[in-house]
Design a protein around this ligand. Structure first.
Ligand SMILES: *Cc1c(COP(=O)(O)O)cnc(C)c1O
Length: 387
């Protein structure tokens, strides 16, 4: 059933008669649930995946959130995990076995990359990273044992897009399952399932929660796929959310539309300001007409979110550091998607033996939060003078 957005965010799944008719659903902070008779308990054991028996499987507070997230992603069902990485790992592991091969976009989220390189490699699951800006590269990388395509459009550091419709259609021709990390856009700005993608993962830590106080993840897709992941990887690896975190996430969702719109609106103003600044070589943000994949962004994304990377016109590391240390309104921190603007300097990825990345030290990732855009521009303006 198709519900309007306000209904999903404000009401869907909230059976208020089961919660003292409270406006806000209770946090059912209980690990287990009781039954009056053996017959009732037998029934609960039989339907463990859908009814409360034990909170690792099903919990009433988490269940409300699952319904909302599935509806937001136009999916039949959704699971909530204790992190975005757990959601991605459970999905990937569920659709491969020893001897299988995965095709993944190059430069995915770091822990997705390490899942393939450091973990699955030990279990004889091989992978190929491809330049996803041309969907045909996915086709060219297919082997007889390829079972899974991983996309992340756009990725969260250099913002390369994949044509999700094209990648999904190549996969369908070959009976390959597709997974999209949709953390950047969230369900309001992009719906990969509508473009033929099978499974959508999110770091709910970012926009979905939106308050920088919860780490959580989401996996959405067809009922049979979600049932498979739940009865195997979800239950055995056990990266489940606490009812309290699920409740906080639900609270975050109430303002999802407002927050996303504000962040995107601010980002558009700031990207245009930065693009014109002499100390900025390039702004990596798919919302700018100068972005090489702007046309594709307009086709498959409803709006472009508030995360971007700038390439400074900086002669040396010291001037990049002066810029970063000079910003007052952009907290220096990893992650993004909260109310507060953040900066993540690539030059922080320098270890005792040199750089841990092949990206240039002149890159600084900016997350544009909910502040007044002019306040952020004034702050950037002052800091850029120090480059
Ligand atoms: C943060 C992030 C993840 C991982 O999510 P966690 O909640 O930190 O485990 C995955 N993909 C993208 C694009 C992210 O930004």
């Amino acid at each position: 059933m198709n519900h309007d957005l306000s209904y999903i965010l404000n009401h869907l799944g909230e059976e208020r008669e089961d919660g003292y008719h409270a406006v806000v659903p209770p946090i059912v902070q209980s690990g287990n649930f009781t039954y009056p008779t053996v017959e009732a308990m037998r029934e609960a054991v039989r339907y463990e995946m859908t009814r409360p028996l034990y909170t690792r499987g099903s919990n009433p507070t988490v269940s409300i959130l699952r319904k909302k997230l599935a509806a937001l992603e136009h999916a039949e069902d959704a699971l909530v995990f204790s992190s975005g990485s757990a959601a991605i790992a459970a999905a990937v592991v569920s659709f491969v076995k020893a001897g299988d091969h995965i095709v993944c976009v190059q430069r995915p989220y770091n822990w997705t990359k390490r899942l393939l390189i450091e973990l699955l490699d030990r279990f004889q699951v091989t992978h190929t990273f491809v330049d996803g800006t041309d969907a045909e590269n996915y086709r060219l990388a297919i082997r007889p044992n390829t079972t899974l395509f991983i996309t992340e459009s756009p990725n969260s550091l250099t913002f390369e897009l994949q044509d999700l419709r094209a990648v999904a259609s190549i996969a369908k021709e070959h009976g390959i399952i597709t997974l999209c990390d949709n953390s950047y856009s969230g369900p309001l700005f992009q719906n990969p399932i509508d473009m033929g993608i099978d499974l959508v993962a999110h770091s709910a830590t970012k926009y979905l929660n939106g308050h920088s106080d919860v780490v959580a993840g989401v996996l959405a897709g067809r009922s049979d796929h979600i049932r498979q992941v739940m009865s195997k990887e979800f239950m055995t690896l056990g990266a489940v959310p606490s009812p309290h975190d699920a409740w906080l996430l639900m609270r975050g969702l109430r303002t999802l539309e407002l927050r996303m719109d504000r962040s995107a609106e601010n980002a558009a103003v700031i990207a245009r300001y930065l693009e014109r600044h002499a100390k900025v070589k390039r702004v990596h943000w798919p919302g700018l007409p100068t972005h090489p994949q702007h046309a594709l962004a307009q086709q498959q994304m409803k709006r472009v979110a508030g995360l971007m990377t700038i390439d400074l016109n900086a002669p040396d590391e010291a001037s990049v550091e002066r810029f970063c240390n000079g910003l007052r309104r952009f907290l220096m921190a990893v992650s993004w998607g909260g109310y507060e603007s953040l900066q993540w300097p690539i030059c922080a990825l320098k270890g005792p033996d040199g750089y841990l990345t092949d990206l240039p030290y002149t890159l600084v990732r900016l997350y544009i939060g909910l502040e007044d855009a002019q306040v952020l521009i004034d702050d950037l303006d002052k800091a850029l003078e120090r480059v």
